[in-house]
Every structure is written in structure tokens, then in C-alpha cells.
Design a protein around this ligand. Structure first.
Ligand code: TEU
Length: 545
């Protein structure tokens, strides 16, 4: 386990997707000026760290996860000067700022790739993966993972869109160029979220993936590939070693608990924590579009295993939402009659686990999925590619739309709902993606004004983590693992013990837990005379032993 005095053990991170956060210049796209205007709001919420999704120059084929210049700010978001000012403002408020780095791939418009594709003998040819024949890997976003480049007659590898060619990390020049760029970025920035960082080490022979597992073909070959620990340790030594106060989090689809122990063991010098995806796959069959209703014991089993697995060595990153997920209150809660209770419950359960919680913009307002009407309402490249592929293969458009409404990343990407006005106070112009019609009811202005709102509940959860050491440091014991409606666990630290009970259903229930708790102090949630819980109600008790 890391030294619990590591600052990020008791910190809460807030993710900003700049494009959809707040627009200060009326062009319909969120920007740095918009973030600067909302720092008071974020400070009031009490979060410790802001993580910005990519703000670098980009053709925006994948909304900025296709970077064409790591050393500047995209004009749509602002300027470098504005960024430096924002960083100063964030620091002046006692918060930190973490940047997103995307170094598994670049944009095809990055000068490195432009050179690489220019001729077979260009010095940067080997900075990317070029082959005469493709292997059998498929893209994370539908179709083959290879694109034929007419000019030189070879194929290049792209695990995401064809505008996101994969860098060849086997080449030491690539690694040095990436570290150099990251050092430069360290102009006061407090750390990095690293995009699909466990995909960077491919087997040098790029062999076919012989397995038939869930998800894109090839994953078995490149997820946590042969040199991944070596590369991350090298990056740590080259970029982070000797600097205090940083936070590094690796986004790692498909990572196992055993691998995560290695990645986050402080003694190994790799990353502080990882985003794992296991809990996201528990209600899916062959892919994310093919889902079934949540079976609560599966969620407890999965998260419980991660709590146990990283109890002694390593550390968990905790999240329900990010810019790639549907909204959790719609997905696993109730976005109808019990929306407020369900959003609070999800927050309580997540924030009381052991690990560092991440709040995705709008989650603290209980923002919901979006009732998209037709394919024209979607913007996300993953959703559009899937729709094209699935309908071409003969699937009914309405059925494909049903999957998209449930899982599309655009659910997370509609603008933050600041107030009840026409575009929810997000922009004075035309938003790049329409606001959710429910902004007239669900918005920050209303949340701030109502002491019982989801916003104020998140504020209390964040403050509680700061005040009560058992939240950050306590051990974790899952209770009632097979219960289909109640999620319950205890946390223990010294003489203090916390009990968390949560009713994931619209029926009243009385958890089968130690009755003595009924008299203990309720520190989060409404006190009750007994352990009975109303629809989607959650409570946290505290007692001394
Ligand atoms: O996502 C990585 C990833 O594998 C997925 O979560 C993916 O976005 C998709 O949802 C799978 O169905 C990261 C970024 O978070 C994402 O926004 C980028 O599109 C992707 O990498 C490529 O950079």
C-alpha cells in the first residue's frame, strides 16, 4: 500500500471534458475561458484536482484524442497564455491540474506521421507500424486496424480511427521524443492521465491474435504487452522521478488485478493508480452494444475483488463515469422518479470505497443519458462507425439506435447544464451537440440553491473524505455479497468503523446487517430509527470500537 499520507489518497479528482464544459466566446465549443469562469463552482464543490481531457491542437476526428501538436493549445480552446493563467488560478485556489496525454497514437496530421508516411526510407518511417500485409487485428472503433497508404503501398496500424496511427514504442527515438514532450509539459502541471497506456507495447512481430475473446481482435496480443512495465518504469525515471506532488493515472482497458498490483506498486516506480474496466463489462455480452440489466452481486464481486487485490500493494482509482461512458444514474440507477436518490446513492457507494474517486462533469448534478432521436443526433466517431457497420451488416437501424441510446459516449458529452436557459448557460451560440432537454430541471443553478440536491451531497462526500481518515485509509470488508438489492460494506481504521448500506432498488428494504449499527451516528444520509432503507436510499454510519 502507498504511504497513506500520499496526498492523492484523500483527494478527489474532477474530470473536465473541455469541449462540453463551458463556452466563453460563443462559438458553441467549450474552452479554457469557460473553465476559468467556473473555478468558483469547482472550489465550492471541494475537489482537489482537475483533470482536463486533451486541449492540444487536433483535427478532432476523435474529439482531441488525436493530437497533432503536443506543445500547444488548440485555438478552439484558447491559447498557451490562457492555459498558463488557468494553471496559476487553479493553484491559487489550492487545487491541482492534471493533463491528458495520448501517446499510444498521434493524429495522422502530426508532423511525425506526415514525415513517416512520406517515403519508405524516411528517418521517421519506423516511428509507426508499417507492413506490406495487415495482420488480423480489428480497430476498437469497427473495421480493420490497418489502412493502406497509397503513396508508399504499405499498411499502417491504427487501433482506433484511421486518423490515429499507433506509435512504435520499440523505437527508442519515439520513447525519448515522448518523454521530452512530457518534461516540457511539466511547466507546473501536477501530473498526467495517460490514455490507453497499457496498449503501447506491441509484440514486435505483430502476430495474429488467435483467441476469440470479447472485444476487438488483437487485444490479447497488445494489452499489457511484453515490454509494458519496462516502458512505464523508464517513463517514470525519465519524467517523474524526483518530483513531488504529482499524480499519474494510467487508463488501462482489459487490465487484470494482478497486473494492476504491479503497475501501482510504489516500489516499482510505474504509475500511482490505474483506471480498470472490469466493472464496466459486467452487464455486457460480446460487446458494449449488447448489454443486459445489472445483476448487483456481479458488481460487488468485481469491485470487491479489486478492493482486496490492491489492499496491500497498490491503489484503486474509483469511477462510474467519464467521457466514454453512459451516465451512471441512467445506466445503473434510476433517472426517473428516484433520480436524485439514485444519483446520491451512487456517489455514496463509490466515494466510500478505498481508492481515489473521480467525478465526471455533470455527475455531481445527477445529469442523465440523452433521449437521442435519430443517428443525426450523434457526433461520436465510435457511435457513427458502429451504426454504419451494423446497419450495413443488416441489423435493423432502430435496434442499433437502441444500443447507442444506452451506451453511446455522446451521453456523457452533451453540454454541462448550468441553468434553465436556452442552451443551459453553456454557450450564447449554437452548441456543437445539443443540450439535454431536461436542463430546465437538472442544472447547477438549481443544485446550488437546493440544500438537498445531488450537488450538495457530493460536496458533503468530498468534505467527509477530507475529514475522516477512515475513508482514505481504512480497510474494506464487503458484506452481503450475494444480496441482489443491497450494497453494503464496512471500513475500519484504528478505533473508527464505518458502515455503508445502499438500496439499489425502488422497494423499501431492511438490510440483514448487525442491528447494533441502528443506534450509531449517521454521518452521510438521513438518520433513521432502524436500518430500513427507502427506494434508492444510502446511509453511512460511524462508530468507535
Ligand atoms: O479510450 C480507450 C478505450 O478503449 C475505450 O474506453 C473506448 O473509448 C471505447 O469506449 C471502447 O468502446 C481512450 C479515450 O478515453 C477515448 O476517448 C479515446 O477515443 C480512445 O482512448 C482513443 O484515444
Amino acid at each position: 500500500m502507498p504511504d497513506p499520507s500520499q496526498w492523492w489518497c484523500s483527494a478527489v479528482v474532477y474530470q473536465i471534458y473541455p469541449r462540453s464544459f463551458a463556452d466563453s466566446d460563443g462559438d458553441g465549443i467549450g474552452d479554457l475561458g469557460g473553465i476559468a469562469e467556473r473555478l468558483d463552482y469547482l472550489q465550492q464543490l471541494g475537489v482537489d484536482v482537475l483533470w482536463l481531457s486533451p486541449i492540444y491542437p487536433s483535427p478532432h476526428d476523435d474529439n482531441g484524442y488525436d493530437i497533432s501538436d503536443y506543445r500547444d493549445v488548440d485555438p478552439a480552446f484558447g491559447t498557451l497564455e490562457q492555459f498558463d493563467q488557468l494553471l496559476r488560478d487553479v493553484h491559487a485556489r489550492g487545487m491541482k491540474l492534471v493533463m491528458d496525454v495520448v501517446v499510444n497514437h498521434t493524429s495522422d496530421e502530426h508532423p511525425w506521421f506526415v514525415e513517416s508516411r512520406s517515403s519508405r526510407d524516411n528517418p521517421k518511417r519506423d516511428w509507426y507500424w508499417w507492413r506490406d500485409e495487415p495482420n488480423n487485428w480489428t480497430s476498437e472503433f469497427s473495421g480493420p486496424a490497418w489502412e493502406l497508404d497509397d503513396k508508399t503501398g504499405q499498411y499502417y496500424l491504427h487501433l482506433f480511427t484511421r486518423k490515429q496511427p499507433d506509435l512504435n514504442w520499440e523505437n527508442p527515438e519515439v520513447r525519448e521524443a515522448v518523454y521530452e514532450m512530457m518534461r516540457w509539459l511539466d511547466r507546473g502541471v501536477d501530473g498526467f492521465r495517460m490514455d490507453v497506456i497499457n496498449f503501447i507495447s506491441k509484440p514486435a512481430d505483430l502476430h495474429d491474435d488467435a483467441t476469440d475473446t470479447r472485444g476487438p481482435i488483437g487485444r490479447d496480443a497488445y494489452i499489457c504487452g511484453p515490454r509494458i512495465h519496462e516502458f512505464l518504469h523508464e517513463m517514470h525515471e525519465q519524467v517523474f522521478a524526483g518530483r513531488d506532488g504529482l499524480l499519474t493515472v494510467g487508463e488501462m482497458p482489459g487490465v487484470t488485478v494482478e497486473e494492476a498490483q504491479l503497475f501501482t506498486d510504489p516500489a516499482r516506480g510505474e504509475v500511482d493508480m490505474v483506471f480498470q474496466f472490469e466493472h464496466f463489462n459486467i452487464d455486457q455480452r460480446k460487446n458494449k452494444w449488447d448489454w443486459f440489466p445489472l445483476h448487483l452481486p456481479d458488481l460487488k464481486h468485481s469491485l470487491g475483488r479489486w478492493q482486496e487485490g490492491l489492499a496491500e500493494t497498490g491503489w484503486n482509482a474509483l469511477y462510474w463515469n467519464n467521457h466514454d461512458t453512459p451516465r451512471s444514474v441512467s445506466h445503473w440507477g434510476d433517472d426517473g422518479e428516484h433520480r436524485v436518490a439514485a444519483a446520491k446513492l451512487l456517489g455514496t457507494v463509490l466515494h466510500l470505497h478505498r481508492g481515489t474517486p473521480y467525478v465526471y462533469q455533470g455527475e455531481e448534478l445527477g445529469m442523465t443519458n440523452v433521449p437521442f432521436e435519430s443517428i443525426e443526433d450523434f457526433r461520436d466517431i465510435e457511435s457513427l462507425s458502429h451504426y454504419a457497420e451494423a446497419t450495413a451488416a443488416g441489423q435493423e437501424p432502430e435496434e442499433v439506435l437502441r444500443g447507442l441510446r444506452w451506451m453511446s459516449r455522446d451521453n456523457a458529452r452533451t453540454p454541462v447544464q448550468w441553468d434553465a436557459s436556452e442552451h443551459a448557460g453553456f454557450t450564447t451560440g449554437e452548441p456543437w451537440i445539443p443540450v439535454n432537454a431536461n436542463h430546465t430541471e437538472i442544472n447547477a443553478e438549481a443544485g446550488l440553491a437546493d440544500p438537498d440536491s445531488v450537488f450538495h451531497h457530493y460536496r458533503k462526500l468530498i468534505a467527509f473524505r477530507h475529514e475522516e481518515p477512515a475513508v482514505a485509509e481504512g480497510d474494506f470488508t464487503m458484506l452481503l455479497p450475494d444480496g441482489e438489492r443491497v450494497y453494503a460494506f464496512t471500513r475500519r481504521h484504528g478505533d473508527t468503523e464505518l458502515l455503508v448500506i445502499a438500496n439499489f432498488s425502488a422497494d423499501a428494504v431492511t438490510p440483514d446487517a448487525d442491528r447494533e449499527w441502528a443506534g450509531a451516528e449517521v454521518v452521510i444520509g438521513d438518520p433513521g430509527d432502524s436500518l430500513a432503507l427507502g427506494p434508492w436510499e444510502a446511509r453511512v454510519y460511524r462508530r468507535s470500537r
